[in-house]
Write a protein that binds this ligand. Structure first.
Ligand code: SIN
Ligand code: FE2
Length: 209
């Protein structure tokens, strides 16, 4: 891990630590992710309205975020294999402590793989039991244009997230609208098969530590 230096952004409560993971930490994390994806394969979820997501997803940790005709929710098992999700890579738990810390610990890590023009529309993360706990996001592989705006609506800001960057939705930005407009395909060679990997840590359940 490199030094954890936070940079100022235009959105209060949105915290950004560029280049926290150096090249070797990124490669180790990609290995840890792909090893776990053998047990919990990436799949393409559907929106509650029945449209396929353009990203492919999986989860690590006691709880995983899923979406299907039944709605958005957290559950303890993979929707296709029926098996428990693999554990959260320990380095991600260390990153949580080193950046957002606090009384809650993450119990869910969403894995998003962006390939072939995949993107993510503006949305809020609000399926968690305690919306006071932050959301921490790690970017690996191709760079992406990330859009963020206040929960209430209005102007949005776009910024580039590069491989190794870590960011968080905290405090007044916890319910910020955010999404991925575009991935800069081929900007990195980190991910086997190409693309962008995003790992999002959340405290999804109700248990306090
Ligand atoms: C998300 O909001 O679930 C993903 C954001 C990202 O890919 O950076
Ligand atoms: Fe999100």
């Amino acid at each position: 891990m490199s030094a954890i230096l936070e940079v100022k952004t235009a959105v209060e409560g949105f915290r950004l630590w560029p280049g926290v993971l150096d090249a070797s930490a990124q490669a180790d994390l990609v290995d840890a992710v792909f090893t776990r994806l053998e047990a919990a394969p990436l799949y393409r979820p559907q929106t509650p309205g029945g449209r396929p997501f353009s990203v492919r997803m999986s989860n690590f940790g006691p709880l995983g975020w899923v979406s299907d005709r039944g709605g958005y929710r957290y559950q303890a098992t993979h929707p296709e294999t029926g098996r428990a999700w693999p554990d959260i890579p320990p380095v991600l738990l260390d990153l949580w402590e080193a950046t957002v810390g606090g009384p809650r610990r993450p119990d869910a890590c969403l894995v998003n793989l962006y390939r072939e023009g995949a993107k993510m529309g503006l949305h809020q993360d609000k399926d968690e039991a305690d919306l006071g706990a932050p959301v921490l996001s790690v970017s690996l592989g191709d760079a992406a244009m990330f859009r963020i705006g206040a929960a209430e609506g209005g102007r949005t800001t776009t910024l580039r997230l590069d491989s190794g960057d870590v960011c968080a939705l905290t405090g007044p930005a916890r319910l910020a609208r955010h999404g991925i407009d575009r991935v800069l395909e081929g900007s990195s060679r980190l991910i086997p098969g190409g693309g962008r990997l995003n790992l999002t840590l959340r405290a999804a359940g109700v248990s306090l530590r």
